[in-house]
Design a protein around this ligand. Structure first.
Ligand code: FAD
Length: 431
């Protein structure tokens, strides 16, 4: 936040300050310091530092914040969750924030719907920092339209047999287990019949088909395209009811919309701070470039929009604290598209203000710009978020008393005369 954040309580403001302090002094130090950020971006990292990172985050209660302490969560709030993600995006990198974000939303789903086995064998060790999680949702033929997944799980005795492919999966190569949706019944595109499973990464039949970590940004997670060929999964690794996971997934995505937006905003604030300092010191034609109105108005616009995005995000998180994780779908969708589009706009504008040096690795801005790019579709595309918002906004804004005078319908011969002119489509099933 650039201005005073009156949307937070004094305790929450103090929580955020303390989190930034802990991340800077205890987490992103020694082998997890700035050099490690560069190694991640160059895809030269290995599992060792990821193990160290999740262990440190688990020890300091930053993993699975809303999960009760009995399962090694922090027993905290959704507002604390998004503040933590903002702090990681700001002090660390997007990919650190992504790994911890998985413990927040996947962890919440495992706690909410998992049986004792799932909670004790996977959730609690994950939140303690002993296990690395990977969320394997996207498939070659279904990304945004998740309900069209082709991966199947068929019950054989006391096991599930999983067949299918998943691609663009972060931590595919480092994860200890995959949190994976599969179709157990029903037909293509139907919400019913989707189930969630926990699959061990060393199970027979799990293969990396293609390393995908050399992409635009978001590097260092060991992302991959994977195949699951007759993978046998114990029956008790089913999360919740068989075939009923669609609502678990949409709840989980409701939280993921907030965490993804929030950590990208945290990273963009880092870029904005660098740009503000740089423009105050860089002299062009004997004037600091911050004296040019065309430059300082850009800073004004970014500061204002950044605060607006944080406020939208906190509002949605607070709604979840008050009414549960399913609450505020429109508010989360607003926070997601606005926050993620803005984070990218800020990072890109900051490169513009720095000129040539902004495109080099002298400052982390070019990495931040590449990293936040995927946020505009990751976990929910901006277009889909706007579809959710328009649907609910029309419900709120449309007035049955409005007669439609002067819109032309009353004119004899109008093609719309006598028809229901309200045509806002429903939200898609997409994430
Ligand atoms: C860096 C990165 C990390 C990722 N990490 C993971 C991971 O850990 N686990 C995982 O499961 N997946 C991961 N993904 C995959 C990611 O979730 C998908 O890329 C995303 O869901 C979009 O799916 P898609 O790529 O198949 O695009 P598509 O579904 O083909 O969509 C392409 C574009 O079409 C448009 N579009 C789609 N639907 C609509 C609509 N209804 N209305 C209007 N426009 C629409 C949007 O512009 C969208 O960006 C990752 C991707 C990236 C790039």
């Amino acid at each position: 936040m650039i201005g005073e954040d009156t949307s937070l309580t004094a305790d929450e403001r103090e929580y955020f300050e303390r989190t930034v302090d802990t991340l800077e002094s205890e987490i992103f130090v020694d082998t997890l310091g700035q050099e490690h950020f560069r190694e991640l971006d160059a895809n030269r990292e290995s599992r060792g530092n990821w193990e160290k990172y999740v262990e440190r985050m688990g020890e300091r209660d930053f993993a699975g914040i809303t999960v009760p302490e009995a399962y090694n969560g922090a027993g905290g709030t959704y507002v604390e969750t998004v503040l933590t993600e903002q702090a990681i995006g700001y002090c660390g990198t997007i990919v650190h924030a992504c790994q911890t974000s998985l413990t927040q939303h996947v962890g919440r789903t495992m706690y909410e719907h998992g049986n004792d086995h799932v909670r004790e064998s996977y959730l609690a060790p994950m939140l303690d920092g002993e296990l690395i999680v990977s969320q394997a949702y996207t498939e070659p033929s279904s990304g945004t339209d998740l309900a069209h997944l082709d991966t199947t799980a068929v019950r054989e005795g006391d096991e599930w047999v999983v067949d299918g492919q998943k691609r663009f999966i972060d931590f595919a190569q480092y994860g200890d287990f995959y949190f994976l949706p599969a179709r157990t019944s029903g037909s293509d595109g139907h919400r019913e019949g989707v189930s969630l499973l926990v699959v061990d990464s060393d199970a027979d039949g799990v293969e990396i088909l293609e390393d995908q970590s050399d992409w635009h940004g978001f590097r260092g997670t060991g992302a991959a395209w994977m195949t699951f060929d007759g993978v046998r999964v114990p029956e008790e690794n089913l999360v919740g009811e068989e075939g009923a996971a669609w609502s678990y997934i949409t709840d989980e995505l409701n939280l993921e919309h907030l965490t993804v937006a929030r950590y990208c905003l945290g990273a963009s604030q880092n870029a904005l701070e660098i740009a503000a300092n740089y423009t105050e010191n860089r002299v062009v034609n004997e004037r600091a470039i911050s004296e040019y109105q065309a430059v300082n108005h850009r800073v004004a616009e970014m500061a204002t929009k950044l605060d607006a995005a944080y406020l939208l995000n906190t509002r949605a998180a607070r709604l979840m604290d008050e009414r549960g994780i399913s609450a505020g779908r429109m508010e989360s969708a607003m926070a997601k598209w606005f926050g993620n589009d803005l984070a990218h706009e800020i990072a890109d504008t900051c490169i513009q203000l720095l000129g040539g040096i902004g495109t080099t690795t002298a400052y982390p801005i070019e990495r931040i710009q590449r990293d936040v790019r995927a946020g505009r579709f990751l976990g929910g595309a901006s277009e889909v978020m706007k579809s959710v918002v328009q649907h609910d906004a029309y419900q709120i804004l449309a007035d049955d008393e409005f007669e439609g005078e002067y819109v032309g319908n009353e004119v004899e011969g109008s093609p719309w005369r006598g028809t229901d002119a309200r045509r806002s489509p429903g939200p898609d099933d997409d994430r």
